[in-house]
Design a protein around this ligand. Structure first.
Ligand SMILES: [Zn+2]
Length: 136
């Protein structure tokens, strides 16, 4: 299809080329949470104590889970391997250990069973509170 030159100018004015895209930035919650989780975990997988490579959301982001230290844990593997993969493929067992939350549960309310911390509740300031009387 050919467009008359004067029509082309009208089209350019009506739909100007977009300017440069704004730089992608991580939101402040993600950066802050990653720092706190790094410090809390010491770089270890908070489930098994191995080397941690990824950050897992206890309440999935697709279900409203946020970048908050109570909702995030450092794990080994990825969505398909290591502890991260185990949680993805074993949601019921992961729920029993506190690594997976149901949509109606609030992060920080269920203890995690961790080789690094023991059985603890996570707090948003990066601290953990041991749950007495529960074997890890
Ligand atoms: Zn692990």
């Amino acid at each position: 299809m050919t467009v008359h030159p004067s029509a082309r100018n009208l089209i350019r004015q009506a739909w100007p080329k977009p300017g440069p895209r704004p730089a992608r930035t991580r939101n402040a919650g993600e950066s802050r949470t990653r720092k706190i989780v790094d410090l809390r975990s010491g770089g270890l997988c908070e489930r098994c104590g191995g080397s941690g490579h990824s950050v897992h959301h206890l309440l999935n982001r697709s279900q409203g889970g946020r970048w908050e230290p109570t909702n995030c844990a450092r794990l080994c593997g990825s969505g398909l391997t290591g502890c991260h993969g185990w949680i993805t493929t074993h949601p019921d067992e992961a729920w029993a250990e506190g690594w997976h939350l149901k949509p109606w549960e609030r992060p920080g309310d269920r203890p995690i069973h961790s080789r690094v911390h023991g059985v603890v509740l996570l707090a948003d300031d990066g601290t953990v509170t041991p749950i007495e009387g529960v074997a890890p």
